[in-house]
Write a protein that binds this ligand. Sequence first.
Ligand code: ZN
Ligand code: FE
Ligand code: FE
Ligand code: ZN
Length: 259
Amino acid sequence: MVDLHNHTPLCNHAQGKPQEYIKNAIKKGIKIYGFADHAPMEFDKKYRMSFNDMKNYENEINSLKKQYKDKIKILLGYEVDFTPTKYLDKRVLTADVDYLIGSVHFLDNWGFDNPEFIKEWEDRDVDDVYKEYFEYIEKMASSKLFQIVGHIDLVKVFGHKPKKNIKDIAKNAIKAIKKANMAVEINTAGLRKPVKELYPSDELLEMIIDEGIDITLSSDAHSPEQVGFGYEVALEKLKKFSVNKLVYFEKKQKHYIDV
Ligand code: ZN
Ligand code: FE
Ligand code: FE
Ligand code: ZN
């Protein structure tokens, strides 16, 4: 099993030591385990590590990588906000890591997935928000700066659903993901959010698989107990869609593991 998207307390909104995450991953039979903490940027600083923390983070995970190498493969990454471009930072984009997850948590300056700013949804047209969100995903993919698309339909987090067909809304984004040779994660964090669904939805997953895009798996754990969270549901989904291999990245190169 694979779990490539996990946080550490450096982002100021996760609990537990990296070592405790790893111990739980081993207990749950995870073979390939990646940290992808929220990368620093000059915006929304409250919910991420600082630029000064980068070296500590990378050194700590790299030393755990060595320490645990006989028990589990540890990988090092960042979850990077695509906002779209003004806050992208060279220090993050050129960091010596195994992979970068590209995520959209902001539409312009609106943190649409943050309960703090949920009120803004009342003033927005849901279809417009979806359209804008998937345009960001498309731009993120087209930038070719990232290996994995983070929680591809995060926009549904609070349960808002578009009137228009999601397949039409997401079509160009999915084409761009394929073109960029990126992978999409099945992220179980949605199961613990108001929407109570995996990211992506079945409709999107079907499109992604039809397009021949590689799939990976993640729990987006913000505490050690969340490692491998909801994997029974995710494994059922893999079976339903006949996905029999998962992708992971080492030094930005693709590798596959059988499910
Ligand atoms: Zn987070
Ligand atoms: Fe995220
Ligand atoms: Fe995350
Ligand atoms: Zn995330």
